[in-house]
Structures are given as structure tokens and as C-alpha cells.
Ligand binder design. Sequence first.
Ligand SMILES: [Zn+2]
Length: 427
Amino acid sequence: MDRTLAGQLLATLSQQEEEMVAFLRRLVLAESPSSTPEAQAQVLAIVQEALQELDYEVELVSGQTTGGHLVARPSYSPAAAPRQLLLGHCDTVWPLGALREMPFSVNGNVMKGPGVYDMKGGLAQMVFALRAIRALGLEPVVRPVVLVNSDEEIGSEESTPHIRQLAQEVERAFVLEPSLGPAGWLKTARKGVGRYQVVANGRAAHAGLDPEKGVSAVLELSYVIQKLFAMNDPARGVSVNVGIVEGGVRSNVVAPHGRAVVDVRVPTQEEARRVETAILGLRPELAGATLEVQGRMTRPPLERTPANQALWQMARRTGRLLGLELEEGAAGGGSDGNTTSLYTATLDGLGPVGDGAHAQHEFIYRDKMVERAALLALLVLAPPRGRAGDLLVSRPPESEAEAGDRQPGDVRRADQRGLGCRRDPSA
Ligand SMILES: [Zn+2]
């Protein structure tokens, strides 16, 4: 891994900048709200076609209640090669027709449109990073596996088992979610997210005639709400919010039912377990009242584990080859990186640089797309864990004739070190 290669990737990607913008435009024009499963086919097809052109085998997995997802692997992957996951989502929070209010636009260095930042820009960068690697006649030693789901913005319920499975098979995961703010920080921590519902049951009675025969679920719920808010612990990074409260039937009836909906954010698995135990362990204060508590942590926290930090340090060093001084930060919301981090080294926020996720002013910087695609390409080419040095690998021998524009030095360097990865005809 050296500056020459970084320069070659930057040059290749700069030449393809117009094409990258055109590709992003196609992705954005294919509107794809998570809540409209049938809208995902078009955007997934665009990614599928682009990856097939790069000689990837693409599998489209249909969803039950979502638009499904796509998994792609290089068609020449030897079975035993180490693998890495490139993870993105094609769904957005924007409803069909959002383009009328916020059309795709390029104004100087600023590009706008529904989902440019979160995270169609990231998909474009991923495709062009892989394209640049191929254009230079290189193959990553750690084989890329791409997963693009279409239910991330609604909690990834259907795709999570597939992500979990892949995460267990790879040695690292790069997540193409947007960077942290306009300075382009990478995301090395995300809080875990939990969602719970507490139902209080009491006994109805006439509030005027015989209130003492009733048990007020609303009063019981008021105790529950106070206990829940008391679980907030800013010093530990724990937040518990009762965001919805409802209950009762009429003002002159002792309320038989009440309900509270709770959002929980935690920085570590340990805090997740502690808070969950406390919530599931809530007990009623009033004689005759009962509580039913449901819910779970829907996304585990993305923690700064040693493996994740090692990957971040590698990205930081790699960024310097491109003249980038990268910073790390913690994001409040969860992503599918929270899931992969349970099983493999994960680095998030490698997507576009811009701002305004889920907001009307969502935008990305055009010139940063080139830079970030080059960064991703270098990371994808990085050696497997525990192996230092320059592990770039030549094209398979039968393809070498096509790769005439490759820098000859790259191939020789790889071959001399005996690290060449050849196509296994049986794989
Ligand atoms: Zn996202």
C-alpha cells in the first residue's frame, strides 16, 4: 500500500467523476422509501447491473414484507479466500414524489436530492471504488462481499439474519453510511437502540359513585413513567425516553388501561443488559394493578472494541496516503454496522461527506465522493488481519491480456512476494 497506488486510484476516480454523478442521479431518481417494497426493485437493479459489469455474481433475495436485498460476490472467488463485507442500504426515508419538492441537483460542489447523503452517495462510491480497483488491474486479497438491503431505515428486521450470517464469515465490515457531519468523520461508535412498551392494567369504576372499587391504570402508569425517567444516566451515556403515553376511557371513569412507549439508547452491551433487566423487572405500586412489559434492544451498540479500533487505525493511516486527516466520532442513531460489530471488525461512516440525513437540506460534496471512493478502494485492497505489507494481487492470469493499461510494477510487486491469488477453477 503506497502513495503511488493512492495517486493512481485518485486519478482514475477523478476521471470517472462525471460518471459517478450520473450513476448517483440514476439511484436518486429511482425513489425507494423503505415502506414501499415494490419501489426497491428499480434501485436494486441499478446496483445489480453495475456489479455484474464488474464480474460479480449477484443474488437478489426477495423480502416478505420489504423490498428484499442484494448479495454480490466476485465470480472468481476462491472458496478459502478471506472475505470482507461492504454494507449499504438502498432505501430512504423519503416518500414517493419527494423528488418534486427536492429534485436531484448539482450546484457547484453541492449535490442534493432524496437519499444522496443517506446513503445513495455511499452506494455510488462503493461501485466506483470497485470499478477503479478493476480498472487498475488489481484484485483485493480479501474478497469483497456486497450486501445492499432495503429495510435499514425501518430497523432491518428482515435483512438482519442475513447480515448476521455474513458478518460471521468475514474478517471485516465497511459500512457505507454517511460520514459524521460535513468534516467527514468516520463512525467508530453508535449507541444501541431499544424499544419497549409498558401496559398498565387496573380496574374500571365510576369516578364519582364508587372510586374506591377502581384501580387506576393511569396512576400506576405515572409511577412507571417516573421510574423509567429515573433510569436516565447521562454520565454513562444512557437515555430512556417515554415518548408516547395513552390510557383511560373517560374523565369520570377510573382508568382500566394505560400504555407507555419507551425509547432506550445505550453505549455498551453491558448497559443494554442492565437497562433491559430494569425495564422488564418493573413491578406495580398499586394493589390490584398489573404491568405487561414487552420489547427488546432492536440494535446492539457499536462499541469501540479492539478489533474495531484496529480497523479505524488502519483507515486513519490509509487516509494519510490520500492526504486526509480522518477523525472518528460517535453517532446517536444505529445502523447495520451495530449488528456486524457483534461478529467482526466494523468501520462505519465511510459513505458520502455532507449533512442533513433525513432532513430537507440533505446534501453531499461532489469532490469528496472521489476522495472517499479512493479511501474505500484502498481499504478494500488492504491486507488481511495480521499480515503486513503490500498485498496487492494481480488479475487472474487469463485476464491479464485485458488489463493492458495496468501499471506493470503493481503486478510484479505482488508476484515477487508470493502473494498472488490465482483463480481456482474448482472454486
Ligand atoms: Zn442510512
